[in-house]
Write a protein that binds this ligand. Structure first.
Ligand code: XMP
Length: 510
């Protein structure tokens, strides 16, 4: 068993909590977010090198304010409190926190009394504040190591016991040298080793999975997450893993052949492709309601997995490519902040299948998965491919899904992708595709008037798909895309460009 040094972040509900983990992992130390009320014994078992209390929306002096297991304050490990976490430390060790004028945005932090926490950040730096409470009186045995104009105790330390509190957020990019502060805490004060590399992740994960008994069923979509999950499991248990790929007829142009070829040419996994195109399109016939279409696609996937398990089983495990943000969003690891959504990649499998869930990527962020994929030899073409929704073209075709509209959406999307690639834009945008509905417009071909479909081009930029902005593509590229679509797809007369951002729109039309 390989043990990595780790930092545990207790989540008190700040919107920035998991950014703390991100930043720490970026300098190769493993960091994990856990609910603030984790029992002391459980925390001890995790064997951390240090503990961080995140920020949060509460006030420590209010009834019901979230507090950690009180023994954690005595754990004899370095502690760092950020914002609400800072106030918890002040309150717990006998200081006083009071309501203050809200301080939100940039403040200038002046560094006092040299400390290892703030070493190397400069004497006077921009710090990002977001608080309505402040430390009025600091506890005995603590000293002030930094102040702002409005907070006289913006950074405090008990140097003997390595307990620190800072009122500002070092994890957000607006704090100058914020990462240096986290590095000082994690590397110099906690003395954590920088052993969180994707190579060490692969070694540890493969070693853990190799201990499981029984066969694993993994649905692969051709996307990066399920591909990487399958490759890791395959490395550990070989052909006790069976991968099933479902061609539902709702994929991008020729994607089914490309995915099968990628698996067969590059990976030695046990791979079965199920052609279920007729089945899916049959079930979608006549259906126009977007939610109903999603539901039908989901149910058909379940039916196919169930049949596969019956004929190729027995299976003990179902593998999913769940990522860390999904785990956090589903509330499994959440502090007091509301559960955002319950996430299941493959929901609704029948109980009698009794499959245990294997999620080898549940500790990883997307960019970490990309690094693992590169190490495992996943072709660059897949690494660079835009995300594609699970229900596929069913959500990019407005109204009933028909063969005709599928062909339009596939061919027009291919043209969009090709032109963006040719112009060097493909890698700069989050998603780029063409959607189609039933609206028609008149065009002229030669001397004849023709009534054809309207295609909608959607190109967006985004960091995480939570928000997105429509891409200001150069007009020449749009002109080229438009010409090609109307020339190459007989049924299309008009091409439009979607200029709605998210919010209020979403990325997909349905
Ligand atoms: P929206 O349309 O909600 O999409 O702005 C946000 C991101 O999620 C993708 N998407 C899905 N992915 N199953 C998925 O796996 C789905 O049902 C689904 N719906 C949307 C979408 O492509 C975008 O990247």
């Amino acid at each position: 068993m390989i043990r990595l040094d780790k930092i545990i972040v207790l989540d008190f509900g700040s919107q920035y909590s998991h950014l703390i983990c991100r930043r720490i992992r970026e300098f190769s130390v493993y960091a994990e977010l856990v609910p603030y009320d984790i029992p002391y014994e459980k925390l001890k078992e995790m064997n951390p090198k240090g503990i961080i209390f995140s920020g949060g929306p509460s006030s420590v002096y209010n009834n019901g304010a979230p507090k950690p297991d009180s023994q954690i304050f005595q754990i004899q490990l370095p502690l760092l409190g950020i914002c609400y976490g800072h106030q918890l430390i002040v309150d717990n060790f006998g200081g006083r926190v009071k309501r203050a004028n809200k301080e939100y945005g940039h403040s200038i932090l002046t560094v006092d009394n040299g400390s290892s926490l703030l070493s190397g950040v400069g004497n006077s730096v921009r710090a990002w504040m977001s608080h309505g409470d402040e430390a009025e009186k600091i506890p005995e045995n603590f000293e002030i190591i930094g102040h702002t104009e409005r907070s006289h105790a913006a950074a405090i330390a008990n140097k003997q016991q390595s307990i620190y509190g800072i009122q500002f957020h070092p994890e957000v990019v607006h704090t100058e040298n914020g990462v240096q502060i986290l590095k000082n805490f994690v590397l110099n004060i906690c003395k954590a080793r920088q052993d969180w590399t994707m190579e060490s992740f692969i070694e540890k994960t493969v070693s853990d999975i190799s201990k499981i008994e029984g066969n694993v069923l993994c649905g692969v979509s051709g996307g990066i997450d399920s591909t990487v999950a399958a490759l890791l499991i395959h490395k550990a248990i070989g052909n006790r893993l069976k991968c099933v790929f479902v061609d539902n007829g709702l994929l991008r142009l020729n994607e089914e052949q490309e995915i099968e070829k990628m698996f067969r040419d590059n990976f030695a996994v046990d791979f079965t492709a199920v052609n279920a195109k007729a089945q899916f399109l049959g079930k979608l016939k006549g259906v126009t309601d977007p939610e109903m279409k999603r539901k039908i696609v989901g149910e058909e996937f379940v039916r196919i997995f169930t049949d596969f398990a019956k004929t190729h089983g027995p299976f003990r495990w179902l593998a999913q490519g769940t990522l860390y943000p999904d785990v956090i969003e589903s509330g499994v690891s959440k502090g007091p902040a509301a559960v955002i959504k319950t996430h299941h990649n493959v929901g609704g499998l029948p109980d009698w299948l009794k499959l245990e869930i294997l999620e080898p990527l549940r500790e990883l962020y997307k960019d970490e998965v990309r690094k693992v994929a590169a190490i495992l030899g996943v072709p660059q073409k897949l690494l660079a491919r835009h995300p594609f929704p699970g229900p596929g073209l069913a959500v990019r075709i407005i109204g009933e899904v028909t063969e005709k509209k599928l062909n339009i959406a596939k061919t027009a999307s291919k043209i969009v992708e090709e032109e963006l690639e040719a112009a060097g834009w493909y890698d700069k945008v989050w998603q780029a595709y063409a959607a189609v509905g039933d609206d028609k417009a008149v065009g002229v071909v030669g001397d004849e008037r023709k009534y054809g479909n309207i295609v909608m081009i959607r190109v967006v930029e985004s960091i995480d798909a939570m928000t997105a902005d429509w891409t200001r593509l150069p007009h020449e590229i749009l002109a080229k895309i438009s010409n090609r679509i109307t020339n190459e797809i007989d049924e299309v007369t008009w091409v439009s460009y979607v200029v709605s951002s998210k919010p209020p729109a979403t990325i997909e039309p349905q």
